[in-house]
Write a protein that binds this ligand. Structure first.
Ligand code: ADP
Length: 208
């Protein structure tokens, strides 16, 4: 199944753009949702998390005790790596399972840290970057999450730069002060292109 990796910095508009693709029939596979689901009550990561970290890290409802885990991995790289050794392979396999089961004409895989993580870039057929200025990111995330300017800047600093993402992208959605109409036009053009590319790619390189 032809797959587009959709990425962008925090607040760039990934979810907004993914929703527009979904409305046109693309299947959306969201790695953030999957990451959350595997540690939700009785999620597939929970047996390994309990075995590795102990029952104290499992909340009463069978989900990961997020506050406790955050406190542990904050500033403790070894613990963070132990957690990621469990979660990353499961996020990958769950993503691939959803991707294979997809019934749309192509898949949009939303990967916020696609450029940073390396392996995703080689798994998707194309990289789509939702781009906006850092100033726009700050405004949106302050409004959406109630964060301070400094909090947003700290997150932005941990992510790849705007230039790095643009350099890695095959396609770009420009989402700086874009009206819904302007966004829709860009998504319509990309959707037509992806339908074409997906039709050309199938079935010889079909992975599903
Ligand atoms: P991401 O998923 O990349 O973090 P979102 O799609 O959630 O970003 O967008 C961040 C916030 O900005 C949301 O509240 C969204 O509604 C708003 N937003 C995104 N794009 C636009 C736009 N072109 N105009 C106005 N608001 C926007």
């Amino acid at each position: 199944m032809f797959a587009v990796g959709l990425t962008g910095g925090i607040g760039s508009g990934k979810s907004t753009v993914a929703d527009l693709f979904a409305a046109r029939g693309a299947t959306i596979v969201d790695t953030d949702l999957i990451a959350h689901r595997i540690t939700a009550p009785h999620g597939v990561a929970m047996p390994q998390i309990e075995a590795e970290f102990g029952p104290d890290f499992v909340a009463g409802d069978g989900s990961m005790d997020r506050a406790r885990m955050r406190a542990l991995v904050f500033g403790d790289d070894a613990a963070r790596k132990r957690l990621e050794a469990i979660t990353h392979p499961l996020i990958r396999s769950e993503t691939e399972r959803e991707w294979r089961a997809a019934d749309g004409p192509y898949v949009i895989v939303v990967v916020p840290l696609l450029v940073e993580s390396g392996t995703w870039k080689t798994r998707v057929d194309r990289v789509l970057d939702v781009d906006c200025s850092v100033e726009t990111q700050i405004e949106r995330v302050m409004r959406r999450n109630g964060f301070t300017r400094e909090q947003v800047l700290a997150i932005v600093a941990r992510q790849a730069s705007r230039e790095t993402r643009l350099a890695a992208a095959d396609d770009v959605v420009v989402n700086d002060h874009a009206s819904l109409e302007a966004l829709t036009q860009q998504v319509d053009a990309l959707h037509r292109r992806y339908l074409e590319l997906a039709a050309r790619a199938a079935p010889a390189t079909d992975r599903g």
